[in-house]
Design a protein around this ligand. Sequence first.
Ligand code: FAD
Ligand code: NAI
Length: 475
Amino acid sequence: MSKQFDVIVIGGGPGGYIAAIRAAQLGFGVACIDEWKNDKGGPAPGGTCTNVGCIPSKALLQSSEHFEHANHHFADHGISARDVKMDVAKMVGRKDAVVKQNNDGILYLFKKNKVSFFHGRGSFVKAVDGGYEIKVSGAAEEILTAKQVIVATGSNARALPGVPFDEENILSNDGALRIGAVPKKLGLIGSGVIGLEMGSVWRRLGAEVTVLEGLPTFLGAVDEQIAKEAKKAFDKQGLKIELGAKVGEIKTGKAGVSVAWTNAKGEAQTLAVDKLIVSIGRVPNTTGLNAEGVGLKLDERGAIVVDDECRTSLPGVWAVGDVVRGPMLAHKAEEEGVAVAERIAGQHGHVNFNTVPWVIYTSPEIAWVGQTEQQLKSAGRAYKAGTFPFLANGRARALGDTTGMVKFLADAATDEILGVHIVGPMASELISEAVVAMEFRASAEDIARICHAHPSLSEATKEAALAVDKRTLNF
Ligand code: FAD
Ligand code: NAI
C-alpha cells in the first residue's frame, strides 16, 4: 500500500525543507524525504548547508576569529592574554553541537508544520495516475505517491580528475570541516569561496596555508576594486594565494601530500603539505534518483533542466537549489523552494535573481548584490560610482577594524542602484540594506537621504551612496 500525499519533496536541505514547510503552510499534505545520516545513523536534515556547509563553516570561522583576536588584537584594547591555546577537539565539538541544534530544529519544524518526514533515499519508480510513485529506501522500504514532486537533491564537491577524496589527506568540504589537529602546512586547490573561508580558519589557527588558483585573476566574479582590496588584506594576513597555477600530479604518502604545479611564469614547483583541500566547485547531485528511468531531463553538467519557474521536463515535477542552474547558495535554494510551493498552490511565487546577495565570510568579509563595474562596462551601461572607506567611519575605528570600503554603482541617468559591493567588517549584515533598496528599485539618492544610526557601520553605506553624487560628508 502506498502512502498518498499532495506534494513529495526529495531532499531536506535548505531548498527542500523550506519548500516542504511552505507547501504545508499552504494546506497541502506533504512528505519530505532526506537521506543524510548523523554519526549514529539517525536523520540529519538540513543538507550540505547544515551538515557540511554554511553552518559548520561559520562556526569554525567564529572560533578561529576569537583565537586570532585573542592573539593579535586584544593587546590594542589593553587586554593581555598570554599563552592562548586552541583546543581543536573542543572547537570541532562545538561546531558539531551547532550542527545538531540545526538538525533538531528542522525535525521540530516538520512536526510543527505537519510535514511527514522519511529518512532514506527517494527515487522515482514510475508515473501513475497523473502523479508519481516514489520509493523511499531507508531502514524500511516504503512507497509514496503524489501529484506534485519537488526535487532538491543538492550538489557534491567536484574532485580533480583522477584524485578522489579520501577525506584523510585529500579533503572535500566534508573532511575540511573535520580536521582534528592544526596541520603545519595546508594546501588548497581553488581560491573560491570555500578556499578562502577554510584557508582563513586554518591560517588563523597557525597553519601555513598555500592556495593554488588556476585562473590568473583573483575572485573573478567579484567587483575588481573590491577583490583587489580583499587580496591586499589576505596577503597581509599571510594567506599565500598563487594565481595562474597549473596543478599537475598529486601524490599522497605517509608524509602527507605532494602537489606538482607550474606557476604563472611557467616554472615547475612542488608543494608539500600535510593536508590538501580541493575546492574547485561543486556538481549537481542526482545520484540514485532514477531520473533517467522516468525521463527527467538533465543538462551536460548533470543539472536538472528547469525553466525560469523551476518546472522540469516532466509535468508536476519541479526542481530547486544546487541541483538546478544558478548560484549554489542556500538562500537562493530557499527562495526557489518557497516560490515553487506557492506556484503549486496557484499563487505567483517569484525569485528575483538580480537581487540574490553573495557573502564570503572571511575577514574582511566580502558581500555584494547586483552588477559589478566590469559587467556594467562590458554591457555599455552608463553608470556613476561612489565609494566610502571604513577608515573614515567612526564605528569602524572604535571597533578597530577599518579595512575596506562600500561601493555603490548607480545608473548615470536615473540614479537607480545597479550594484553594491562591500569589503570590510560585517559586510554580510550591511548588504541587506542594499538588497532591500534594489528590490524597491531605489536610487542612490534614496539611501543618501535615509537617517542611519550613529555611530554605525551602516553610515558607510549612506556615505557611499552620497559619494555617487560626489558629496560625502565625512571624507
Ligand atoms: P543540499 O543542501 O545539498 O541538500 C540536499 C539534500 O538532499 C541532502 O541532505 C542530501 O542528502 C539529500 N538527498 C540527495 N539525494 C537524495 C535522495 N535521492 N533521496 C533523499 N535525499 C537525498 N551557501 C550560502 O548561501 N551561504 C554560505 O555561507 C554557504 N557556505 C557553504 C560552505 C561550504 C563548505 C559549502 C560546501 C557550501 C556552502 N554554501 C553556502 C552552499 C550551500 O550549502 C548550498 O547552496 C545549499 O546547501 C544548497 O541547498 P539544496 O537544498 O539545494 O541542497
Ligand atoms: P568556487 O566556484 O567558489 O571556486 C572554485 C575555484 O577553483 C575558482 O576560483 C576556480 O577558478 C578554481 N579552480 C577550478 N578548477 C581548478 C583547478 N583545476 N586548479 C586550480 N583552481 C581551480 O567553488 P568552491 O569554493 O568549491 O565552492 C563551491 C560553491 O559552494 C561556491 O561557488 C558557492 O556557491 C558555495 N559556497 C558558498 C559559500 C558562501 O556563500 N559563503 C561558502 C562556501 C561555498
